[in-house]
Design a binder for this molecule. Sequence first.
Ligand code: AMP
Ligand code: GLY
Length: 424
Amino acid sequence: MKVLIVGGGGREHALAWAVAKSPKLTKLYAAPGNAGIADVAECLDIGAEDIPAICKAVEELKIDFVIVGPEAPLVAGLADKIEAMEVPVFGPSAKAAEIEGSKGMMKDLLFKYGIPTADYERFDEPDAAKEYIRIKNKPVVVKADGLAAGKGVILSHTVTEAYAAVDQIMIEEAFGNAGDEIVIEEFLTGEEASFFALCDGERAIPLAGAQDHKQVHDGDHGPNTGGMGAYTPAPILDEKMEKRIMDEIVTPTVEGMAKEGKPYKGVLFAGLMIGEDGPKVIEFNCRFGDPECQPIMARLQSDALEMLLAAAKGELDKIKLKWDPRAALTVVMAANGYPGNYKKDTEIKGLAEADKIADVTVFHAGTKTDADGRILANGGRVLGVTALGDTVEAAQKLAYKAVDTIDWPDGFCRRDIGWRAVGR
Ligand code: AMP
Ligand code: GLY
């Protein structure tokens, strides 16, 4: 089977690495891939959002299955285009991807089907939004409706802060068109966790739970990032909680989407707040989390290609997943200065040594190879150093041992990934 993976980050390296182990695979391509993905796939010089070029490659290379990593091409309709070519694709249609692409649509769906989430109201003009904030007079969260690269969310503790958030999104247009509409919601408290389920349009099966660390510095300080590290399983998502999440959130969402005529296929990533009254949805994403996908793939013992194909073909009833019972933990190494300005093209050494350590895999998130075969940083988040261990603590120790063999003076990482689980 010839497979194309769309994307070029740590998530896509983890998917490529897992799919490459499948006996069903004959050839793997990536668009655009990165220096790590190039070890297991042929990288095509095609951007992940270049839908016409991707479709052309699918036809010319006679691709049998397409796996889409990032949300942007899904929201833009890549899966619809591939399906129209009668090639199976992992990832939701544009209509179904609205679950991530429009926060307002997502909230309306949750409300309609009685799925637990923060109370909310939608607005398309600032005065009404401010009136609502004034009357509520409580901490709220102001969100741009559309995709804003994970940045369109402003936590506001006071009315003044919330007014400023409305101005920033709707008047100053800090997130462009994504802020033409906004959602204002109740401020939830509790512990955050990420839950992943595979969906095939009709049914869903749980994949794994994980926790990531969004802030850039140790102790969860500093600005938010895409995620500085993650681990799975998350102790808060025990078997009982997993069952609640499937029964109260994932299954009703998949059934609701089918009833709305937008059957959901692919991975459903639920960002949850687990508080005193149980799990509530903060957000849905129509893709794997990054870095969460990296430790999850490290623990998957089933055939990843078979699993993703079953979701694409509506055949999830035919598979049963097998997991390494150990924990996995990923430490992200980022370029100095990230998430602000950072340098590209700095050399990274010691990767092969780190990769040689038993139970360690170094996923590449933003790298490239130069003409002399050197590995250079090519992004903000650059590596995902991933280790397995009997406990989160053991996995953490091994991951940092691997981090310390990597010689990259222009990069940094948090030193406390997994603290919540280790401290339990
Ligand atoms: P989102 O992009 O929707 O995931 O939001 C980014 C972050 O903002 C989340 O990971 C939460 O930490 C926080 N957040 C979003 N919505 C809420 C809410 N209703 N209550 C509390 N925190 C929230
Ligand atoms: N790590 C969070 C995300 O992928 O959105």
